[in-house]
Design a protein around this ligand. Structure first.
Ligand SMILES: NC(=O)c1ccc[n+]([C@@H]2O[C@H](COP(=O)([O-])OP(=O)(O)OC[C@H]3O[C@@H](n4cnc5c(N)ncnc54)[C@H](OP(=O)(O)O)[C@@H]3O)[C@@H](O)[C@H]2O)c1
Length: 266
C-alpha cells in the first residue's frame, strides 16, 4: 500500500532511541524527510546517519523539551530547511517509583517533560501546518492512561493528560486539514525494558532464555491476547498510517497497539 508520504517532512521528538527511533526509520523508509531529535547529541546523530546510510533523508535537532529555550532550539533546527508536515510527540521519560517515592517535585518534572514538552511543539509547529492546510499531530500515549497501575502514578497521569489534550486539539483543528490522533502502545520491548526484565527474571523464576523470560513476564505483568511484548516497529507502523493522507478522515482517535492488553470496548 502506498501511504502517499513521499516528500513530506516530519519531526519525531525523542527519536534518538526506542519507539521514536523506530518511528523515524519507518517514516524515512516511506520517503519522509525526518528530523531526528534527542538530548544526547551522539545518539541522535547516529540515528540520523543510519537513516541516511539506508538511503533516507534525515536532519538533526537537539534540545531539552522541558524548557522553552530547548523547545526553541529544536523548532529552529526543524524548520531550518523547510516546513514540518508531521509532528510526532513521542519524547518522554518514565521512572519506576511508588506513591511514597514520587515527590511533588517528581510529579511536576514528569508533567513538564511528558506533557508540556509536547504542548511546546504543538504551539510552535501547528500554526505553519494550518497555514498550509494540511498536517498531522500524532501523540504517543499508552494503556496506562486509561488503566493505570499502582506504581509510577506520576507517569500514568501524564499519559492520561496526553490522551486528553490530543482530543482537545482535534476539536480545535476542525476544518483545517490538520488532524490530531493518539497511538497508545502497550508494553513495548525497547532496550531498557528488556534489560529490566532480564535483571528481575531470576527473582521471579521466569527462566533463562529470552523466550522463557518474555513468556513469564507477560503472564505475570501484562497478560494480553498475543502472549508477548510489542515491538517498536509495530508502533511505527501505526504512526505511519495516521501520518498518511489515507487517514484524512481519522480525527481525535486513539489507536491502541497493545495486543489487547486494554480491555475497553471503545
Ligand atoms: N516503551 C514502552 O513500552 C512505552 C509504552 C507506552 C508509552 N511509551 C512512551 O513512548 C515514548 C518513548 O518511550 P521509549 O520507551 O522509546 O523511551 P526511551 O527509549 O527512553 O526514549 C525516550 C526518548 O525521549 C527523549 N526525551 C526524554 N525526555 C526528554 C526531554 N525532556 N527533552 C527531550 N527529549 C527527551 C530521549 O532523548 P535522549 O535519550 O536523547 O535524552 C529519547 O530519545 C515515551 O513518551 C513513553 O512514555 C513507551
Amino acid at each position: 500500500m502506498d501511504l502517499q508520504l513521499a516528500g513530506k517532512r516530519a519531526l519525531v521528538t525523542g527519536s534518538s532511541s526506542g519507539l521514536g527511533k523506530a518511528i523515524a526509520e519507518r517514516l524515512a523508509a516511506e520517503g519522509v524527510g525526518v528530523v531526528v531529535h534527542g538530548r544526547d547529541v551522539a545518539r541522535t546523530e547516529k540515528v540520523a546517519a543510519e537513516i541516511r546510510g539506508a538511503g533516507g533523508r534525515a536532519a538533526v535537532a537537539i534540545g531539552d523539551l522541558s524548557t522553552d529555550e530547548g523547545a526553541e532550539l529544536v523548532v529552529g533546527a526543524a524548520l531550518a530547511d523547510a516546513p514540518i508536515d508531521i509532528l510526532v510527540n513521542n519524547a518522554g521519560a518514565y521512572a519506576q517509583l511508588s506513591w511514597a517515592e514520587a515527590t511533588p517535585e517528581t510529579w511536576r518534572a514528569t508533567y513538564e517533560g511528558n506533557v508540556i514538552s509536547g504542548v511546546r511543539m504543538i504551539q510552535r509547529l501547528v500554526p505553519q501546518m494550518r497555514r498550509r492546510g494540511w498536517g498531522r499531530v500524532i501523540t504517543i500515549g499508552g494503556g496506562l492512561a486509561t488503566q493505570p497501575m499502582a506504581s509510577h502514578p506520576q507517569y500514568n497521569a501524564t499519559l492520561a493528560a496526553r490522551h486528553n489534550l490530543a482530543v482537545s486539539l482535534a476539536r480545535e483543528l476542525k476544518d483545517t486539514g490538520v488532524t490530531s490522533n493518539v497511538v497508545a502502545p502497550g508494553a513495548i520491548l525497547v532496550d531498557h525494558v528488556k534489560e529490566l526484565l532480564t535483571g528481575i527474571a531470576p527473582a521471579r523464576g521466569w527462566g533463562e532464555t529470552w523466550e522463557e523470560i518474555e513468556r513469564g513476564a507477560v503472564r505475570d505483568t501484562i497478560p494480553n491476547d498475543t502472549g508477548r511484548f510489542g515491538r517498536p516497529e509495530e508502533i511505527a507502523a501505526a504512526v505511519a498510517y495516521l501520518s498518511s493522507p489515507l487517514a484524512d478522515y481519522v480525527s481525535g482517535a486513539n489507536l491502541r497497539v497493545d495486543g489487547g492488553t486494554i480491555r475497553n470496548v471503545a
